[in-house]
Design a protein around this ligand. Structure first.
Ligand code: PEP
Length: 249
């Protein structure tokens, strides 16, 4: 994937009708670029709309916000990685803080989801990040290291697997607070050095994104920060005009 990677996480916004209106504005206005990759994570019901709108646009990839690790079966309400791929997803978000903190996702479940994505031949984006309490207790480094190592622990052949990381401090998500470029850069660099221990120089090819209250006003300075290879954007990605401004940063 071309860096920077700019990823939109719509969360539970933009159902099929709204997604269609969004793509009708975004796709014609966002001219194809070879110097970056855009990923859009719509709610699963809107994935076919986003996938249809991005046909022929290798620079704009449809994604899915969560996948189950099983291939199929009695898992009411869940979607497997191969089903997501069939519906057009090229990337699966794994371990977003809302999945971890609202729905109780664990590192071991995240590991299973990463493995399932790799097995279904879609990329995954593993999210890590600390709460404010963990930050104040000085646990940020050990926590994100654990989330990273456990999250990747069940994916064999990591070296040849397509994946991305996102550092998203929980206290910065949807709060209007943003990590300072220096703080974000320090954690991104820690993640990169952990990855190097795991997969050697291949680590340098893995995009590590920052997320947490990114908007069109702060996107440029964050992107200019050392070790930040892209942005994962929630609230400011839901409206096409706001997302367009960030995508074109
Ligand atoms: C997110 O949902 O990943 C996120 C970073 O949200 P927000 O940009 O709204 O803080």
């Amino acid at each position: 994937m071309k860096r920077p990677v700019l990823a939109a996480n719509w969360k539970m916004n933009n159902g099929p009708t709204a997604a269609s209106s969004f793509m009708d504005v975004f796709i014609p206005a966002y001219h194809p670029r070879t110097d970056r990759t855009i990923i859009i994570f719509p709610p699963a019901v809107s994935l076919p709309v986003v996938a249809a709108a991005t046909v022929g646009r290798s620079d704009v990839l449809p994604g899915i916000q969560n996948i189950h690790w099983a291939e199929k079966g009695a898992f009411t309400g869940e979607i497997s990685a191969s089903m997501a791929r069939d519906a057009g997803a090229q990337v699966a978000l794994v371990g977003h803080s809302e999945r971890r903190h609202i729905f109780g996702d664990t590192d071991i479940n995240c590991a299973k989801r990463c493995h399932a994505a790799a097995k279904a031949h879609i990329a995954f984006m593993l999210c890590v990040g600390e709460t404010i309490e963990q930050r104040e207790a000085g646990e940020t480094e050990s926590l994100v290291t654990k989330q990273l190592r456990e999250g990747l622990s069940q994916t064999p052949n990591l070296i040849s697997t397509e994946f991305l990381l996102a550092y998203e401090p929980v206290w910065a998500i949807g709060t209007g607070l943003t990590a300072s470029p220096a703080d974000a850069s320090a954690i991104q660099s820690l993640l990169r050095s952990q990855l190097r221990q795991m997969i050697g120089t291949r680590a340098d090819e893995i995009p590590i994104l920052y997320g947490g209250s990114v908007n069109s006003g702060n996107a440029a300075s964050l992107l200019a920060t050392d070790d930040i290879d892209g942005l994962l954007v929630g609230g400011a990605s839901v409206e096409a005009s706001s997302w367009l401004a960030i995508a074109q940063t």
